[in-house]
Design a protein around this ligand. Structure first.
Ligand SMILES: [Zn+2]
Length: 304
């Protein structure tokens, strides 16, 4: 049965369809992912105007149908265009990374208002960033890169995978003071040096992955109770400053991140590639295909 639905929405993907139409995938506030056919949207005098531009926030009206996944868009009214993002490549790229992640993880009829508001906040913050040029080794400026990293951490949290950054996953003791810790992407958080089996002679060896003397994976509670040998997955050593930066990106509002990034320090001994670390974490908890679109630039980006 066909019925009319009204919703607030963000345009996540816009594709041309035949000579005169567009296919638009929206993140709607009420129904999550909705794919619509916008007939006539490619015509010069289309009634949709800028309401179907990429990242645009719009109020849409579409015809819902129980058995169809591609629906027909009836009307769209622009709320905010975010057109400023298209004027700067690094801002556009950052917004695209956020939108692409959301596009791949949300499901139809599974609304997530927190994630919706998060995306709006981060698009707004990106739009208001002061213009600057990215460093030669990167496609994104440090504030844009930090915002992408922060968005991914928070989006994962709103999808049920918040990384534990304050307590050791094994002994549950808080990580206090300027102490290093190990990040276990598979288990989604940090492990204290003691539980990771760090030996005194390993101190200050940088961000080694699977350093010698450390098993390959943190043992699960079941494994520990059954006395099975501990096997760790990849452990990444985080110096105290990098751990602080990661917590900062997870817990600080978007608007403060952009203004405070220049003051972040990475710690002199171990510049950890935090975006790589975050992508590794996401790769363990979401379909690896979700992350394909990030891989191409993951090796280029460094928060610190
Ligand atoms: Zn511990």
């Amino acid at each position: 049965m066909r019925r009319i639905v009204r919703s607030e929405a963000i345009c996540l993907r816009v594709q041309d369809y035949h000579e005169t139409s567009k296919l638009v995938t929206f993140f709607t506030l009420e129904r999550s992912k909705v794919s619509c056919l916008a007939k006539g949207a490619r015509r010069l005098r289309s009634k949709f105007g800028a309401a179907l531009d990429i990242f645009a926030q719009s109020r849409i009206i579409y015809y819902s149908h129980e058995t169809r996944t591609l629906l027909t868009l009836s009307d769209a009214e622009l709320v905010h265009s975010f057109s400023g993002l298209a004027l700067q490549p690094d801002k556009f790229l950052a917004a695209e990374q956020m939108a692409e992640f959301v596009l791949r993880v949300i499901q139809p009829l599974d609304p997530n208002p927190q994630l919706y508001q998060l995306l709006l906040n981060y698009l707004s913050t990106l739009e208001s960033l002061q213009s600057s040029s990215p460093p030669p080794s990167s496609l994104l400026t440090p504030p844009c890169s930090a915002l992408v990293c922060s968005f991914l951490l928070k989006a994962a949290s709103f999808l049920g995978f918040r990384p534990e950054l304050r307590r050791c996953l094994i002994c549950r003791r808080p990580i206090e003071g300027p102490r290093p810790a190990y990040f276990d992407a598979g288990r989604g958080g940090i492990v204290c040096p003691r539980c990771a089996g760090e030996r005194r002679d390993m101190a200050g060896t940088g961000h080694d992955r699977n350093p010698p003397g450390i098993p390959d994976r943190v043992p699960s509670r079941k494994e520990r109770s059954e006395g099975l040998s501990p096997v760790f997955s990849s452990l990444i050593r985080l110096d105290p400053a990098s751990l602080d930066t990661l917590s900062f990106l997870l817990y600080t509002p978007a608007s403060d991140i952009a203004s405070l990034v220049p003051s972040l320090t990475a710690g002199p001994q171990s510049p950890v590639p935090l975006l790589d670390l975050v992508l590794g974490f996401l790769g363990h908890h979401f379909d690896p295909l979700v992350l394909n679109s990030f891989r191409w630039h993951a090796g280029l980006e460094r928060i610190n």
